[in-house]
Design a protein around this ligand. Structure first.
Ligand code: 13P
Ligand code: SF4
Length: 322
């Protein structure tokens, strides 16, 4: 039965036989996270994929993550258990949109901008990008750019607003994209949950629609400002090990709760919105992973010229915020 102990043993046997490393994002189903060699956030998994000596990478996550691994390791076989696992945020900007945005900017008489793209983008968008970032190093990536150069940041408007607030940079221009899952975790819901549990800490992913509201709640005294933490999924896990709170309200995709609860079983982790489940992440089922390892499918391919143009932006991303 997919998901049981015999299934897990078979997955491990097949992975070993084909010299594959299994990587799982923090939003994956619990049984997928538990069978993987490594579970982590986008940045940690990109780094592991780049350093791995295995000849095959099986990426249990969404398509742009597997593509990023292929860009970094063009000679390795990269598999994803279901290639239909897309991302609504990555779909919110195309390479053509980005080229037009840059051209309009320069045509308006502005200096040549530096393009920063969130890793949640297609390989074609990365090929038009100067430096990629993830939610855990976006602020550091933007700080690494000389102050006098304008920055075009895409595609997530909420992460962009967070970076703008943290860096205080007026010349940072943000694309109006969003992730349907995170955008749906709204400020009203957060205010209600935080009001009902005044001692809880808040772990908020910067892609959330409620990230700005969380800071307002801190500003108007509804919650203590030192209890509001804007964190990547990897950052949430680190913070879980250190939290002194007995309960934590978590604003991100619900798959994250599995890692948090295993890391700190004594803490009561609760979702701000328990309907915040990413249908794409959940396409990587136990049956799909088994099929992937038995049929060597689905293989992720990136056109070599696109990969070549995208590589330096991805390599800069993994070198910043070590
Ligand atoms: P991180 O794991 O980098 O925080 O990314 C969250 C996300 O939405 C990935 O799709
Ligand atoms: Fe994309 Fe949002 Fe799903 Fe992450 S949670 S993969 S950003 S649609």
């Amino acid at each position: 039965i997919p998901g049981d102990a015999a299934w897990a043993a078979e997955i491990r046997r097949l992975a070993e036989r084909r010299d594959a490393v299994l990587l799982a994002h923090n939003y994956q189903l619990p049984e997928i996270q538990d069978v993987a060699d490594h579970t982590g956030d986008s940045l940690a998994l990109s780094r592991i994929a780049a350093e791995s000596t295995a000849s095959t990478i099986v990426f249990c996550g969404v398509h742009f993550m597997a593509e990023t691994a292929k860009i970094l390791s063009p000679d390795k076989t990269v598999l994803i258990p279901d290639e239909r696992a897309g991302c609504s945020l990555a779909d919110s900007i195309t390479a053509e949109d980005l080229r037009a945005w840059k051209a309009d900017f320069v045509r308006a008489g502005e200096p040549e901008p530096v393009v920063v793209s969130y890793v949640n983008t297609t390989a074609e968008v990365k090929a038009e990008t100067d430096v990629c970032c993830t939610s855990s190093n976006a602020v550091e990536v933007v700080r690494s750019i000389p102050e006098d150069r304008p920055v075009l940041f895409c595609p997530d408007q909420f992460l962009g607003a967070h970076v703008k607030r943290e860096t205080g940079r007026e010349n940072l221009h943000v694309w109006a994209g969003e992730c349907h899952v995170h955008a749906g975790i709204n400020g009203a819901e957060l205010a209600e949950r935080a009001g009902a549990d005044p001692d809880a800490e808040l772990f908020i992913h910067p892609e959330c629609g409620c990230a700005t509201s969380a800071l307002y709640l801190a500003g108007d005294g509804t919650v203590d400002s030192d209890r509001v933490k804007i964190l990547s999924t990897g950052g949430m896990l680190d913070a879980a090990h250190r939290t002194g709170a007995s309960s934590v309200l978590v604003a991100t995709e619900v798959g994250m709760l599995h890692q948090l609860r295993s890391a700190a079983p004594e803490v009561d982790f609760r979702a701000v919105n328990d309907r915040a489940s990413c249908k794409y992440m959940k396409m990587i089922t136990p049956a799909a992973l088994l099929r992937c390892l038995t049929d060597n499918a689905d293989e992720v391919r990136v056109a070599p010229e696109t990969a070549r143009r995208a590589r330096s932006a991805v390599e800069r991303m993994i070198s910043i915020g070590q």
